[in-house]
Design a protein around this ligand. Sequence first.
Ligand SMILES: NC(=O)c1ccc[n+]([C@@H]2O[C@H](COP(=O)([O-])OP(=O)(O)OC[C@H]3O[C@@H](n4cnc5c(N)ncnc54)[C@H](O)[C@@H]3O)[C@@H](O)[C@H]2O)c1
Length: 271
Amino acid sequence: MYNLLKGKRGIIFGALDENSIAWKTAERAHEEGAQFVLTNAPIAMRMGAINELAKKTNSEIIPADATSLEDLENLISQSVKILGGKLDFVLHSIGMSVNVRKGIHYTSSNYDFTTKGWDVSAVSFHKVMNVLYKQDAMNKWGSIVALTYMAAQRVFPDYNDMADNKAYLESIARSFGYFFGMDKKVRVNTISQSPTPTTAGQGVKGFEGFLAYADKMSPLGNATAQECADYTITLFSDLTKKVTLQNLFHDGGFSNMGVSQSVMDYFMKED
Ligand SMILES: NC(=O)c1ccc[n+]([C@@H]2O[C@H](COP(=O)([O-])OP(=O)(O)OC[C@H]3O[C@@H](n4cnc5c(N)ncnc54)[C@H](O)[C@@H]3O)[C@@H](O)[C@H]2O)c1
C-alpha cells in the first residue's frame, strides 16, 4: 500500500454488505492509513454486517438516514469529535428507487415513490454537503465523492427513475462544488461506475444482461467494486487536488464506445 490517506479523516456512507462499493472503499481507505466513521440508514443496520467492517477497520458506526438533516447534523458533529478534527474526505454511496423496488414501469411512475427515491438518491447529497458546509467540517483540500451511473447521460430503459436521480445528483456535485471550491477549497466530484453486482445494482431489471453487454462493449471490461474503491482513494488523496466539478467515468471505456468487435460478432452470428 502507498499510505495515500495517512492521517486523513472521513465519513463513508453506504456500506451494506461486502459487495457494496462503500465497503470496498472502507477497506482500502483503512489500508491507506485513514480513520473514518461508517454510516448507513438505521434500517440497513439491522442486517448487522457493518459491525464486521467496523471491527476490521477500527471504525465507529453512527446511524443516519441521509434524508434527515437532524441525523446528518448529529453524524457530522459526532464524527469530527470522534476522529479528533475536521474531515478530509466523504463518500456518498447511496441509491434507492421505490419505483424500481416495486417493479413499476417508468411510464407509469408513482410520484410519491419518485419523490422518495429522488430524496434518498440525489437530494441527500445536497443535504450532506449543506451540513458539512454549515458546520465548517471539511479541511482545506478535502474531497467529497458521490457515485453515479451513465444512465444520467444515455438511455438505459430499465434503470427507470434512477436515471433522473443520477442526472440530478451530478448537477448537485457541480453546483455545490462551486461553493465548496470557492469558499473552502474543497473538491466535489462524481464517479460514474460500470454496472456492479451489489444489492442496489441487482435491483435493476435485466441486470445480468446489462452487466454482460457493458463488459463486451468496454475495451478494458467492466470496472469492479474493488477497482472503484481504488479510484475513489486517488480522489481522496493529495494527488488529485485540482480535480473538481467533474463527472469521472470509471467504466473500462464503455462511455466512449459506439460498438465493439465482440458485440458485432454476436449480431453477425444471428444473421
Ligand atoms: N451497482 C451498480 O451497478 C452501480 C453502478 C453505478 C453506480 N452505483 C452507485 O453506487 C452507489 C452504491 O451502491 P452499491 O452498488 O454499492 O449498492 P449497495 O446496495 O451496497 O449500497 C447502497 C446503499 O445505500 C444505502 N441507503 C439507502 N437509503 C439510504 C438512506 N435513506 N440513508 C442512508 N443510506 C441509505 C443502503 O443502505 C446501501 O448501503 C449508489 O449510489 C449506486 O447508485 C452502483
